[in-house]
Ligand binder design. Structure first.
Ligand SMILES: Cc1cc2nc3c(=O)[nH]c(=O)nc-3n(C[C@H](O)[C@H](O)[C@H](O)COP(=O)(O)OP(=O)(O)OC[C@H]3O[C@@H](n4cnc5c(N)ncnc54)[C@H](O)[C@@H]3O)c2cc1C
Length: 390
């Protein structure tokens, strides 16, 4: 039998996170919006508050000081945290750290877990994930990877340029994907390595990620044999291991923003008149509310089902792909509608909708562009249909 009810403990935790975000996190938003340099100190302060409130590190296992939630319970908590752009930062469940933690915990050695995972889980450091390269290097097509790692005695030397590396400036380490003679491989690179350079910040539409999106260079970057993450040659496999759940947690967090955008728009139309009636009494406004509510609901159910697949130990590539396409597009539509319903106020910086609008757009591109996911969903289904497998 299908049961959509969360356990009483999870429902209580999600409610606590939602209250924490409303009472502690949202009041700090204006400070960061006015001065981007305040993001890091505000983030640190909010993380301390989240520790004290008992809502810190929801996905981190208990032995590392987290709440040890499974994917289904995380869906509720991440959505509640995601109602503010600062919420996932406060709870230490934001990208790219959340995906890096998942990967390190799954394939890191005991030494790598102690050195990289544990401080990341405690929120003492930030990290980045360095895969994408400027043309003609890897973007949507993983086979275009150009960065090379060559054996040098017992260790390796990495050379290559990366860009759009979120959070690189200020990160303690990078997980770098590089090509070796034995296939694509992931390497742990300390930010202090003299062969690791932050070349510049790329100016972008969005501004809410600490450390921005950076061009980074690995130039004669020497690392030891112990820098290999997992097995040599399994880089693509590990990328899928990271990106499958990673794209679902993006969906969970962005759904929180969508829900808040809808609430803001409903407040606006419930309090403003036009043509001798409340905006909310115009049928077109009711239609916009209904369409957004339907899409929030459908997104949530898709996320929960994909989370259930992950909890069963499945890779759920098909489910997370379909969910990512739908939620990324739905969230963009929901925020766009909310902005429209609020008229000029929606465009102003007096409401957070303009900022939400800027921040959500990238989600249709990163962790697999919508078109790439649609292509792989279609290819998979057609191949299985041809084999009579589905
Ligand atoms: C905000 C943001 C943060 C990011 N953070 C990171 C990060 O931390 N680390 C990292 O490594 N990378 C990061 N990226 C990079 C991201 O992973 C890439 O942008 C993404 O993989 C697409 O690569 P590309 O930009 O080179 O697009 P391209 O590969 O040049 O593709 C351009 C467009 O072509 C279309 N397209 C491509 N292939 C197909 C196809 N098979 N069928 C149909 N259409 C297709 C899609 O519409 C796509 O958007 C980030 C990107 C953004 C926007």
């Amino acid at each position: 039998m299908l049961d959509f009810a969360p356990s009483p403990e999870t429902a209580a935790l999600a409610a606590r996170v939602r209250r924490f975000v409303e009472e502690v996190v949202v009041p700090r938003e204006a400070e960061v919006a006015a001065d981007a340099d305040r993001l890091e100190p505000v983030r640190a302060g909010l993380q301390q508050a989240a520790r004290e409130a008992g809502v810190f590190a929801p996905r981190v296992p208990r032995e590392y000081g987290g709440l040890g939630l499974d994917w289904r319970d995380s869906a509720l908590v991440f959505e509640a945290a995601g109602r503010s752009l600062l919420g996932p930062q406060a709870l230490n469940c934001a990208a790219p750290d959340e995906g890096n933690m998942h990967l390190l915990h799954a394939v890191g050695t005991a030494e790598q877990k102690a050195r990289y995972y544990a401080p990341l889980a405690r929120g003492e450091v930030r990290s980045c994930f360095a895969m994408t390269e400027p043309a003609p290097g890897v973007g949507s097509d993983p086979a275009m990877l150009l960065t090379r790692a060559v054996r040098d005695g017992a260790g390796w030397v990495i050379d290559g340029d990366k860009w759009f590396i979120t959070g690189a400036d200020g990160a303690a380490f990078a997980i770098c994907m590089a090509r070796t003679d034995d296939g694509p491989t992931m390497f742990m690179v300390d930010a202090g390595n003299p062969g690791f350079e932050i070349v510049r910040h790329t100016p972008t539409l969005d501004h809410a990620f600490p450390g921005g999106h950076c061009e980074v260079r690995f130039a004669g970057c020497r690392v030891g044999a112990d820098a290999v993450l997992g097995d040599i040659g399994k880089g693509y496999e590990y990328a899928q291991l990271r990106l499958g759940p990673g794209r679902l947690t993006h969906c969970m967090r962005w759904l929180g923003i969508a829900g808040r955008a809808l609430d803001i728009a409903m407040d606006y139309v419930n309090g403003r008149d036009s043509f001798k009636k409340r905006l909310s009494q115009h049928q077109e406004m009711q239609r916009l509310v209904a369409e957004s509510a339907i899409e929030v609901h459908a997104s949530r159910l898709m996320i929960w089902q994909a989370a259930w697949c992950l909890d069963r130990g499945e890779q759920a590539l098909h489910e997370t792909s379909m969910t990512k396409v739908f939620v990324a597009e739905a969230v963009n539509r929901i925020v766009d509608r909310a902005l429209q319903m609020c008229g000029a106020s929606g465009i102003s910086e007096y409401l957070p909708l303009a900022q939400f609008y800027r921040e959500i757009r990238g989600f249709r591109i990163y962790d697999g562009a919508t078109e790439v996911h649609r292509a792989s969903i279609g290819i998979r289904l057609l191949r299985e249909a041809a084999k009579g497998a589905r």
